[in-house]
Write a new protein. Structure first.
Length: 174
């Protein structure tokens, strides 16, 4: 089938558009954090000791602060049926939502260690956890500040949207 010249002309006038996505990540040394943020990182570090990781030997702790000031922690929990395992971030977020359903999360700190100790570089949540954090932000209509700890410093991002910029939320289905 041939394309008429006028139709062909319309196709050639279409232009590709480039979209630049920018995120802001702040990098702090641990001693530069304020008292509240330092407390969350310390509690996330302590939470790594509650991890059950006999397969990966990768111990992750999360600590979150709710709007009312209550802190909830979580640790990764592995299972011989690997898909049944759960990350630290989701254990903390789901526990917070189950126990304090009316309280949005203001800040979430994540720390990880392996057989060699604490990681040098800040640990970053997996894709599934990023999606859940984003869903919690969407549920409460407010961003969650995320602190990612490593011995070389702490990354701070202002929202899960910075970790998952082209995102899928409830409004995506409408």
């Amino acid at each position: 089938q041939q394309i008429s010249p006028s139709h062909h002309h319309n196709i050639s006038t279409l232009k590709m558009k480039e979209i630049d996505i920018h995120i802001r990540v702040e990098h702090y040394q641990l001693d530069e954090l304020n008292t509240a943020d330092r407390e969350l990182v310390d509690l996330a570090l302590k939470a790594t000791h509650g991890a059950y990781a006999p397969y990966s030997n990768f111990y992750v702790g999360a600590a979150l602060r709710l709007a009312n000031g209550i802190i909830v922690t979580g640790a990764n929990q592995e299972n011989a049926a690997f898909p049944s395992s759960l990350c630290a971030e989701r254990t903390a977020l789901f526990a917070a939502q189950a126990n304090y359903p009316d309280q949005p999360v203001s800040t979430l700190a994540i720390v990880a260690r392996n057989a060699n100790g604490l990681l040098d570089e800040p640990v970053s949540p997996c894709g599934a956890c990023r999606q859940v954090i984003l869903g919690v932000e969407d549920r409460y209509k407010q961003p969650i500040r995320i602190l990612l700890y490593g011995k070389k410093g702490v990354y701070s991002v202002m929202s899960a949207k910075d970790l998952l910029p082209l995102s899928f939320v409830d409004s995506s289905m409408k």
